[in-house]
Design a protein around this ligand. Structure first.
Ligand SMILES: [Fe+2]
Ligand SMILES: [Fe+2]
Length: 188
């Protein structure tokens, strides 16, 4: 049995939970009158959807089967709702999740892909890993601003539709993570 196939399934489930969690964190941020933080959670939620799509595509290619996301994913709405706290705690939760994915989960999954000489999975995992690092950094910068009570200005947020990278104001001419051009950035 391929470890990488299991890793892809685990990543799809993890990303699906993160995606829904950020939607709930966005609702909470709106309630607490932090519209720019809500906007960020919404944007990064869509970035996780890109990772789900990429991993699903990889799984389909590798198993030669039509993969149904609902067969792989267990999103427990009640658990996720109970996990929603104030926005400061939610940002910290997000930073911890993204850091875990960057430094542990995807790091290990990339290593396993290399061991199995599986370039399809390796690409999907390594793109996600690099994007999660950016997500963690952005969440950290927002948390710092919130803690220091610095007003977060309204700004445009763009998500790369290939890798889930997040950029502000004007997307770069080339995505620094996946090398695709500016036209692949979608404003959220
Ligand atoms: Fe992320
Ligand atoms: Fe990208």
């Amino acid at each position: 049995m391929s470890v990488v196939i299991d890793n892809l399934k685990e990543a799809i489930n993890g990303e699906s939970n993160a995606k829904r969690k950020y939607e709930l964190f966005a609702e909470k941020a709106k309630e607490e009158n932090h519209p720019e933080i809500a906007h960020l959670f919404e944007a990064i939620s869509t970035a996780e959807a890109i990772h789900i799509k990429n991993h699903l595509r990889a799984l389909t290619v590798l198993t030669n089967k039509d993969v149904k996301v609902e067969d792989l994913v267990e999103v427990n709405e009640e658990v996720l709702r109970n996990n929603v706290k104030d926005t400061k705690s939610n940002l910290l939760d997000a930073i911890n999740g993204e850091t875990y994915e960057t430094k542990k989960m995807y790091k290990e999954f990339v290593r396993n892909s290399k061991k199995e000489d599986n370039e399809v999975a390796e690409l999907s995992f390594s793109l996600a890993r690099k994007a999660e690092k950016v997500h963690a950094e952005i969440f950290s910068s927002y948390l710092k601003k919130l803690e220091k009570e610095i007003i977060i200005d309204k700004q445009k947020i763009f998500v790369c539709q290939i890798c889930g990278n997040v950029e502000f104001a004007v997307p770069p001419s080339v995505c620094p993570i996946c090398d695709h051009t500016q036209k692949f950035f979608l404003e959220i």
